[in-house]
Write a new protein. Sequence first.
Length: 130
Amino acid sequence: MAKQTTPESRSVRLLKVGEQVRHILSELLMRQVVHDDVLRSHTVSVTEVRMSPDLQHASVFVKALLGEDEEIVLKALRTNTAFFQREVAQRLRLKFAPKVKFLPDESFDMATRIESLLADPKVKRDLGEA
């Protein structure tokens, strides 16, 4: 059985390092330091960074503004992964530089889906709000 990781079960150090990585990546994207036309033409938000327990891997959850061209933006980020890893390594000064993996953030889509389900008249009736 796979062990499920929740924010409460992660150590404070993992959360702090993840937040530092998020700030570094957000700053790089905001200042448009990357020499990539796709990343310069899109606004990308780094919503969360989850570090592995050994701080060797960083799962970076990103969302393009308004969700447009998400696949193109992800491809551009993945193409420039080496640049991002080098910048994170230089700024963090950890023993090992974490391997960065960019993933789409689907939490906003999930929240929208839940809101639409709760707005359904049948659900409102069952909840006693109709």
